[in-house]
Design a protein around this ligand. Sequence first.
Ligand SMILES: Nc1nc2c(ncn2[C@@H]2O[C@H](COP(=O)(O)OP(=O)(O)O)[C@@H](O)[C@H]2O)c(=O)[nH]1
Ligand SMILES: Nc1ncnc2c1ncn2[C@@H]1O[C@H](COP(=O)(O)OP(=O)(O)O)[C@@H](O)[C@H]1O
Length: 219
Amino acid sequence: MPAQEAPTRRGLLIILSSPSGAGKTTLARRLLAADPQVSFSVSATTRPPRPGEVDGREYHFVTRDEFMAMVELGDLLEHAEVFGNLYGSPRVPIERSMAQGRDTLFDIDWQGGQQIRNSPLGREVVSIFILPPSMAELERRLKARAQDSEEVIAGRMGRAMDETSHWAEYDYVLVNRDLDETEAKVRHIVEVERLRRDRQPWLTDFVRGLAREFQEGVG
Ligand SMILES: Nc1nc2c(ncn2[C@@H]2O[C@H](COP(=O)(O)OP(=O)(O)O)[C@@H](O)[C@H]2O)c(=O)[nH]1
Ligand SMILES: Nc1ncnc2c1ncn2[C@@H]1O[C@H](COP(=O)(O)OP(=O)(O)O)[C@@H](O)[C@H]1O
């Protein structure tokens, strides 16, 4: 799209939340791989990187002081403390992406979801909550991921019902049994939400054009 052209639609802010281990990171990766119109909002966090995580790709890994400076400068669209670490969504890449009519995907908790929903950008939010098929399966997935200590896993299980208690604040709720099925559902949601009338501002001119054509005697 040439830079001078207005975007053809409003970009979505797609929020994925779930108790830790239910599969939102996996689903986010799949959506990003499948859909070039979606960019990932890389959060800033004070949590240490896990094996395989790359600074600037999964997260911007920052110190507490750096994080607090971002908060004070208003650089974060939302921020929250989760499992004793600070997490927040940098504002500039989100605004840039929206200005281009691109969608932004957030892997954030319910507190972040609430803040964005209640912000001036709330109209563009599409929120999806991912539930595990059972608590036993949630624990199995956390262990299978094999990236956290027993203690960290116990902490995440302890917080699972806290996060889950916010399920009804979301537009869509999916039980992540089969990964392929859940991914397909996430993609359908995104496709359909793009078609909402208020997300396609170009339609007004388009219909005016149809009316002109009609008045000029076609049909
Ligand atoms: N509010 C908020 N939550 C975030 C942000 N980034 C990540 N989170 C949430 O913080 C929680 C912990 O994330 P993480 O440490 O990566 O572990 P995970 O639960 O296995 O994905 C998850 O619920 C994430 O969705 C953010 O920028 N803002
Ligand atoms: N539907 C599923 N069936 C089986 N395993 C899954 C499913 N979805 C995700 N997983 C696995 O569960 C673990 C936790 O998933 P992850 O995406 O890291 O969760 P979250 O980001 O919600 O903490 C990963 O090892 C992932 O491969």
